[in-house]
Ligand binder design. Sequence first.
Ligand SMILES: NC(=O)c1ccc[n+]([C@@H]2O[C@H](COP(=O)([O-])OP(=O)(O)OC[C@H]3O[C@@H](n4cnc5c(N)ncnc54)[C@H](O)[C@@H]3O)[C@@H](O)[C@H]2O)c1
Length: 323
Amino acid sequence: MSGLRALVTGGAGFIGSHVAELLIADGYAVTILDNLSSGRNDNIPAAATFVLGDVTTPDAGTLIREGQFDVITHLAAQIDVRRSVADPIADATINVLGTLRVVEAVRASGRATRVVFASTGGALYGDFATPPNAETVPKDPESPYGIAKLSAEYYLTYAARLHGVDTVALRFANVYGPRQDPHGEAGVVAIFCGRVLDGRAVTIFGDGRQTRDYVFVTDVARANVAAARAKLPPPGRLDARAFNVGTGIETSVTALAAALGTATRRPVPVEHAPARPGEQLRSSVTIDKASAVLGWQPRTGLAEGLAKTYSWFAERRAPGAAH
Ligand SMILES: NC(=O)c1ccc[n+]([C@@H]2O[C@H](COP(=O)([O-])OP(=O)(O)OC[C@H]3O[C@@H](n4cnc5c(N)ncnc54)[C@H](O)[C@@H]3O)[C@@H](O)[C@H]2O)c1
């Protein structure tokens, strides 16, 4: 044990549980705060202390003020872009006010806790900029989800400048890997793996040429641990302490289905459905800044990541599997 203490909000979720595991392996004493709205008990590492609670509440503020944390990786969020369109107030309550709750509690604690915020690369830059997008391109979020993440980043920037709160934003591209929810709207890789295991065709909306930047969850967890410890530039404008976390590689959804077939040596039949209105056409992010400042680069290529993800879903389905 290093004596360092970490709080992982959303640590029962897909990415948060991987972050918690790596922080524990790195010697941190880890507390997880999660309301289990989409997270699962069985994602929580045995070595973590679990607090069932909502990040938007005063109780969360008390936990943060009194917890003597060296780092907070704040991943608790409403992650469904379509839900944010259907109910932007609910989205902003969690994604803006929940983040502000964390930042305000750290400010009130007077402690030099670093706040590592899970932002988005995919939903921040919009379709006007041509990928791969650097951190500094003009932001043009197209959904309440993206607007909320950008708003939260502005609060982080303000708190850093005015109150000296030690904040950093990681703008994740499209994260995939074990434990992603195959039933949600997000997570095309998880959805595709579920379909292949069911022996069903995968659905491609529109012409299949829409691109995303797929980054493996273990690599994203490593970026969080790197951001927890890195020497960072002084607070400045919005992008000063923001880092894209992706691969810089655009993969079309048609190519993704083909790559899944190759990686798993399974047939991946495709069915086509009408394009979804408002769907972003292209997305990928540059990672030079994360490489230079955080010393971080992705290590898992798409073929390896898809094979690992598919194996995890397959094992989970196996007779006698734990869950
Ligand atoms: N998955 C991606 O591709 C991706 C891309 C960009 C950014 N992100 C961000 O990464 C973070 C983690 O996403 P994920 O994919 O692991 O999603 P997830 O749904 O698996 O994890 C979110 C976790 O937060 C918890 N949670 C939700 N609302 C809460 C609240 N009010 N109080 C306490 N806990 C709450 C959920 O129970 C869940 O465990 C989110 O902030 C998300 O916006 C994800």
